[in-house]
Design a protein around this ligand. Structure first.
Ligand SMILES: [Zn+2]
Length: 633
């Protein structure tokens, strides 16, 4: 009896918050399966806006020059009713939707990476800002200098509006895919800030492709929506145009007559990779390769269900499917989608810090997934490699597409020594902070306690000692944990400098540690896998003239095992006479390719004629999502 009275629900914080959104956009959202309720991490201290600890919505209308009243998701009625009902006319619903979808994307990244995703830069610029009505125009973009995502709104085409009303107002901030796409640009930029520097034809295309992959797969996590697509496509998800089409309303409203892009946009044509260079179109090749791997794996996994349901033939009859079957198929589709989404995010820890190529992404996918699931029981890895192969995406550094040769090497020429004892101990204590910062309700408890006692929470500590995606100069200010930070980063910096040659870097230039992470994940056999991932970078400013204002960058990602021994070394070497012959050759070749690529970009840049004043800085201008999105999202 007494137990019952002790039930402390009044003190407890709910771990999840329920919020209503359009599953795709208001155009399809006229029908009920497209208005859904999702659950996101609950931030109990969420302010009006909504303004939380990861993202903040600021609703200033840049075209009307006014502010809209902010929504308060902690209002009693909204807590009970899962937020405001979907509405095109209520700006407060727009704020709610932008916040909810952004948080959902952050959550996917966090779960896959096994560490918090945070946009914290400094006390003055703490969070990523989302501005749902920032400007008038059919576009949206992430702006790294403002640390904000700006969404535009516009009038639908009067001549060819598709299912929209001619001339109706279309809000990009109500498109699930646009929000998820931009949010992913922000996350990619946080994880790899130099991936906005176009140093080869794949770099910007990778940014776009990855953002599309996340936006599309995010939808596969909404069960009711998936059930609808399984039913309408007769279990052939590839044919569900609504599911594989990205940003339908925006695509139609801009007069395109179809979704903006599609997951199966390019036929498996191995020549396209040598002919298509515009980042969005080139990115579409990568997107379709990943989806190819997805669809084949999904088909494998449902083949037994189809045989059971059809008395062995596997061929479904005409008409509606049994609801039980639809449900089971949707679960399989969601399971595989979750696997792919995690696989793609996880690959980030295995990507080089600079100058990424599609082939690097394939190798990173294979290596990271191999670590977690060596057996590949679902054949997902195999199907993925096949999807890439059919589209002619190879890595120039491997000689075969066999899994073993796609795994990254553990040394590029001479072996790297393991981390010393002291550094390993510090790295492990960092692991504890990273785990504590993952616990969201714990964070809130911490924050409340911290406000009372004036002490520091685990999240604060994590922020103070993590450097992720920052420029070398932007190391956050540290007071209490100066010790741990200077020990980990200082120690790693010395390690990097002492081993510059084994890292493929120039020993005469300084080596920076641009990020360090302690990662813990569960493998397929419930093994706990702990890894320390460090990115060493280097730049040569003397060459900026030759590279349109960008320094020549090199960098190496090293994945250390829990024993401190290097397991994988992923290098983009810096030209230097000190390097071994074969590494030096690779470094020189890379530098030459960057110059060639910049020349090719100049040839195709229509703005170049007006750019005389800052010709030397022209590559800087090209390093923004705003520039990347000129013309299309
Ligand atoms: Zn984009």
């Amino acid at each position: 009896m007494e137990k019952r009275y002790q039930s402390a629900y009044g003190m407890r914080t709910a771990p999840r918050r329920r919020v209503r959104i359009y599953a795709t956009d208001p155009m399809s959202g006229r029908r009920s399966p497209y208005r859904i309720t999702i659950d996101i991490d609950n931030e109990p201290d969420l302010q009006e806006g909504p303004r939380g600890s990861i993202v903040e919505v600021w609703d200033r209308d840049g075209a009307q020059e006014c502010y809209y009243a902010p929504v308060n998701l902690n209002h009693e009625a909204l807590l009970m009713e899962a937020g405001l009902a979907p509405s095109e006319s209520d700006p407060r619903f727009h704020q709610q939707m932008v916040y909810a979808v952004a948080m959902k994307v952050v959550e996917s990244a966090r779960r896959a990476l096994g560490r918090p995703i945070d946009f914290y830069r400094s006390k003055a610029r703490p969070c990523l800002k989302l501005i749902p009505h920032a400007f008038y125009g059919p576009n949206a973009f992430f702006d790294k200098s403002l640390n904000a995502i700006l969404f535009g709104y516009f009038q639908a085409s009067r001549e060819t509006p598709g299912p929209n009303l001619p001339g109706q107002i279309v809000f990009t901030c109500l498109s699930h895919d646009v929000i998820a796409h931009e949010m992913t640009h922000a996350i990619v930029n946080r994880l790899r800030p130099y991936f906005l520097e176009p140093t080869n034809v794949d770099v910007l295309a990778f940014h776009e492709a990855f953002s599309d992959i996340v936006a599309l797969f995010q939808r596969f996590t909404y069960h009711d929506l998936l059930v609808e697509y399984v039913q309408s496509s007769g279990a052939r998800l590839e044919d569900a145009s609504g599911l594989v089409g990205l940003a339908q309303q925006v695509g139609y409203a801009t007069g395109g007559g179809k979704a903006l892009r599609s997951a199966i946009g390019t036929k498996d044509d191995p020549k396209a990779i040598h002919q298509v260079f515009e980042p969005h179109h080139r990115g579409a090749i990568l997107v379709s390769a990943v989806f190819d791997g997805y669809f084949r794996t999904y088909e494998n996994r449902i083949s037994d269900l189809l045989r059971i349901a059809t008395g062995g033939s596997g061929i479904l009859p005409q008409g509606r499917l049994h609801p039980d079957l639809t449900n089971r198929l949707a679960r399989e589709a969601a399971y595989v989608a979750d696997r792919v989404l995690r696989m793609c995010f996880r690959a980030f820890d295995y990507l080089p810090p600079v100058d990424v190529t599609f082939g690097d992404f394939l190798r990173a996918l294979v290596t990271s997934d191999y670590e977690l699931d060596p057996e590949d029981r679902d054949e997902l890895r195999y199907n993925m490699i096949e999807g890439f192969r059919k589209r002619g995406i190879y890595s120039s550094t491997v000689t075969s597409l066999a899994e073993e040769s796609l795994l990254w090497p553990s040394a590029i020429d001479q072996p790297l020594p393991p981390l010393d004892n002291g550094l390993r101990t510090k790295a492990r204590s960092y692991l504890a902070y990273s785990a504590a910062a993952l616990d969201i309700t714990g964070r809130t408890r911490d924050r409340r306690r911290e406000r009372q006692a004036g002490s520091r929470s685990a999240l604060e500590t994590y922020r103070q000692i993590s450097i992720e995606g920052g420029d070398e100069k932007e190391i956050p200010d540290v007071q209490d944990e100066r010790d741990l930070q200077s020990n980990v980063f200082g120690g790693l910096q010395v390690y990097g400098q002492n081993n510059a040659i084994a890292l493929g870097l120039d020993p005469n230039l300084s080596v920076a540690v641009s990020s360090f992470h302690a990662v813990q994940r569960l493998g397929s056999d419930q093994r706990l896998i702990v890894e320390f991932v460090a990115q060493f970078t280097q730049k040569n400013d003397a060459k900026a003239q030759d590279y349109g204002g960008l320094p020549l960058r090199a960098g190496t990602t090293v994945v250390f095992g829990v024993d401190g021994a290097p397991r994988y070394v992923i290098a983009k070497p810096m030209p230097s006479a000190a390097l071994a012959d074969n590494v030096k050759k690779a470094a020189d070749h890379r530098a030459a390719r960057i110059s060639e690529f910049i020349e090719a970009m100049d040839l195709h840049d229509p703005l170049l004629a007006w750019g005389d004043d800052n010709f030397d800085q022209r590559m800087q201008r090209r390093c923004t999502v705003r520039h990347l999105h000129e013309g299309t999202l």
